[in-house]
Design a protein around this ligand. Structure first.
Ligand code: PEP
Length: 251
């Protein structure tokens, strides 16, 4: 039985004034019947870690470098994140694929760099609207996943996958629970079909989150689908009442 996971992705939002009450509200909303994490911008990670210290709440970054260390100005390594107790790193978010031209292999290598330091990568996959309308959803998602499955090899079961249809991110347009389930089942089948002993068991144990305009009003019906193991929540994770209700919907 997979325990559900809800992850807030603050994107490039937040301020010292806004973070404190938001984090306090999330902490006060416990206990949740699922795992809950917040992925905040790098400068705020220490604040999140402090606010969640001593609780079962987790925190993560929104990216990590593919490099261990060195002359990579502006980058943050998985080792640096791990040193402070970072649990998760989102990799391959569509905004990074789009604005920073991150390709499938770089995303896979970032996932590997995170895992090497004990940071669980949340690997985002998902098709654009044009790709969905062209009937390419399955091919796109399988291609994105294939790079990470082959790169992580026997460690593939340690990642979290997030299915985030690009057309649903920040648009208010959510995949129907049926559309989400269809792609989640496909992702699980791709994991099960990977080479290597135990792929089927790994696939059954891997958490696959849905992301794309999840709100308090639609979370429960999406999370009720058998292959949806929680959510990656953007906009609604900045609203404490919404985010707490979404966490409560995941059980
Ligand atoms: C996201 O950024 O990962 C996301 C799912 O955003 P939103 O919930 O705002 O669509």
């Amino acid at each position: 039985m997979r325990r559900k996971l809800v992850v807030g992705n603050w994107k490039m939002h937040g301020s010292r004034a806004a973070n404190e009450p938001l984090l306090a509200a999330i902490a006060q909303g416990r206990p949740y019947g699922c795992d809950v994490a917040v992925c905040a911008p790098f400068p705020y990670l220490a604040e999140v870690a402090l606010a969640f210290a001593g609780s079962d709440l987790r925190w993560g970054a929104q990216d990590c470098s593919v490099h261990e260390q060195g002359a990579y100005t502006g980058e943050v390594s998985a080792a640096m994140l791990a040193e402070f107790g970072c649990r998760y790193a989102i990799v391959g978010h569509s905004e990074r694929r789009q604005y920073h031209h991150e390709g499938d292999q770089l995303v896979a290598d970032k996932a590997k760099a995170a895992l090497a330091r004990g940071v669980t990568p949340i690997v985002c996959v998902g098709e654009s609207l044009a790709q969905r309308e062209a009937g390419e959803t399955a091919a796109v998602v399988k291609r994105q996943l294939s790079a990470v499955i082959h790169t992580l090899a026997h460690c593939a079961g340690e990642m979290v996958v997030a299915y985030e249809p690009v057309w649903a991110i920040g648009t208010g347009r959510t995949a129907t629970p049926e559309q989400a389930q269809e792609v989640h089942a496909l992702i699980r089948a791709a994991l099960a079909g990977a080479d290597g002993a135990g792929a089927a068991a790994i696939a059954q144990g891997t958490r696959i989150l849905y992301g794309g305009s999840v709100k308090a009003a639609n979370a429960a019906e999406i999370f009720a689908k058998p292959d949806v193991d929680g959510g990656l929540i953007g906009g609604a994770s900045l609203d404490p009442a919404q985010f707490i209700q979404i966490c409560q919907a995941a059980r």
